[in-house]
Design a protein around this ligand. Structure first.
Ligand SMILES: [Zn+2]
Length: 511
């Protein structure tokens, strides 16, 4: 019997800290349900001390998720830990994950604490957490640049105090595989009772080594990997869940452990996270990229046709490709619509919302004959913005673009419920639409990114537009989907403005 490798997903916490990747509570719940369906062991749902919104999201996930452990992150102080404890209270299985910095540079410059004070604070933190749960994880922030003797000391103390999982994060993505594996091996050898806890790794991808470092640590004895869907995360991101899981599954001859993940849920999870955050997946991305299983080269194709294993080490269907079968069409009824939403994890709050969503589904089905799961996700993301957060809303549009003429956009927008007409010219119809919106909104934002992706295949596919805006250092992503990409662009711009309009300040822990 092989050891179990625990998969700890932090898409909703670390992943959400990518600039512009913030998600609504409804979006987080949808992702959490997909993670549960994929049989992720631990879902890090958020950082409850960051804001009331974060607290409520973690609590809602704790109320909803039954199979996976729901984890809340807390700095090693009493307030953070009590907020986390309250947030996970409804969970079937709840974990508190507390952390403190242990590298000399962080202790001295950031915490302004002596090493003795840091150990004392960590032990106190475990004590507060124990009032809420026995499932306590401790992280030594910036462990990758900490002194090994100090790590041995603090880990010994927190295990003695009751921590059950010990995480050794490479917070700044500085480590390389053999050296990082050595760190893990040394800690496991030197820390007393190291066999009574689970050793965990959390690697950042600044040097492109997050997955390699995580896997090297697993070979050295780590039995939990912290990772995110599509490798989402701060800066260059985290270790990609899909790569960790498939490397371990495919190379069972090398790894002494395996995960419980249902790998056929990987591609649906990837598409969901990409759709919600507006971060497209590069085509050559391992496992979940559009080209990951396509064989363009004639020589390869011939080999694959003769015998699949000549060039394929995994099967596309094992990771969930091809599962997005035609689900609904123009003649699908309300019940079929509702039950498909349920199957992909979307819960409609009320009959009113269902009726409204169904009407929009019918409109879409008139323009596009085949409706896939990705279309439903995009449709419901648009629905997800609650009316109180929808300060700007597109009511009607008209675009003009002709050879030799200046492109023109005329829009009717509801601003705080008041109908407003606006128009502008631009270098193209998208530029004209954005200028027309700005003429009314006067947000003074800077456009950092604009991208269009086809949600599914075919020329009648919906275009999904992502717009990233920056205003006084705040960065948000807006999304919009429509079969007309100019309309999708206007929706995405307004969606981003709505997020800026209702946005609260929040705190991002570095871990
Ligand atoms: Zn991190």
């Amino acid at each position: 019997m092989k050891d179990q490798l625990i998969i700890f997903d932090t898409t909703l916490r670390d992943g959400e800290q990518s600039p512009g990747a913030s998600m609504t509570q409804e979006e987080k719940l949808r992702i959490a349900r997909q993670l549960e369906r994929m049989r992720v062991d631990v879902i890090e749902a958020g950082f409850p001390a960051a804001s009331n919104g974060d607290f409520e999201s973690v609590r809602a996930i704790a109320e909803t998720i039954k199979e996976s452990t729901v984890c809340a992150l807390a700095r090693a102080n009493e307030n953070d830990i009590r907020r986390s404890g309250e947030a996970i209270r409804p969970a079937a299985r709840g974990r508190i994950h507390t952390f403190i910095a242990t590298s000399p540079i962080h202790m001295e410059k950031k915490l302004r604490m002596t090493p003795d004070q840091v150990v004392e604070q960590a032990v106190k933190a475990i004590g507060w957490a124990k009032e809420y749960t026995d499932d306590i994880e401790f992280s030594a922030e910036d462990a990758g640049r900490s002194e090994i003797d100090f790590l041995v000391r603090i880990f010994t103390a927190v295990i003695e105090a009751g921590a059950k999982t010990i995480n050794v994060p490479d917070t700044v993505g500085y480590n390389v595989p053999t050296q990082y594996a050595n760190t893990l091996r040394t800690l496991i050898e030197r820390v007393p009772n190291s066999d009574k806890v689970i050793w965990s790794v959390h690697c950042h991808n600044d040097l492109g080594l997050a997955v390699a470092n995580s896997l090297a640590a697993v070979l050295a004895g780590a039995r939990q990997v912290e990772c995110t869907i599509n490798g989402l995360g701060e800066r260059a991101g985290n270790a990609a869940l899909e790569e960790i899981v498939m490397a371990v599954r495919t190379r069972q001859d090398v790894f002494p452990c395996d995960t419980l993940i249902d790998t056929t849920q990987i591609v649906p999870a990837s598409k969901l996270v990409s759709g919600v955050t507006g971060f497209p997946v590069q085509p050559n991305k391992a496992i979940v990229g559009a080209n990951a299983f396509s064989h363009e080269s004639g020589i390869h194709q011939d080999g694959v046709l003769k015998h699949r294993e000549t060039y394929e080490i995994m099967r596309a269907e094992d990771v969930g490709w091809g599962a997005n079968k035609l689900v609904l069409g123009k003649h699908s009824g309300r019940n079929a619509f509702r039950s498909r939403l349920q199957e992909i994890g979307i819960v409609v709050a009320s009959e009113d919302q269902l009726n409204h969503a169904f009407a929009r589904f019918k409109e879409l089905a008139d323009k596009k004959h085949e409706i896939f799961d990705e279309d439903l996700n995009a449709l419901m993301s648009d629905e997800g913005v609650t009316p109180e957060h929808e300060h700007f809303r597109l009511l009607a549009s008209r675009f003009h673009s002709e050879t030799g003429e200046t492109p023109q956009a005329e829009l009717t927008i509801a601003v705080g419920g008041k109908e407003t007409r606006t128009s502008a010219q631009g270098s193209g119809p998208v530029d004209a639409a954005f200028k027309a919106i700005e003429a009314v909104a006067k947000s003074g934002t800077e456009l950092l990114l604009y991208s269009v992706n086809a949600i599914t295949t075919g020329t009648d596919a919906q275009g999904e537009v992502t717009v990233r805006l920056s205003q006084d250092g705040k960065i948000v992503n807006g999304q919009g989907a429509d079969t007309d990409i100019i309309v999708a662009s206007a929706k995405a711009y307004l969606n981003a403005l709505n997020k800026l309009h209702g946005k609260l300040e929040k705190l991002n822990p570095q871990l």
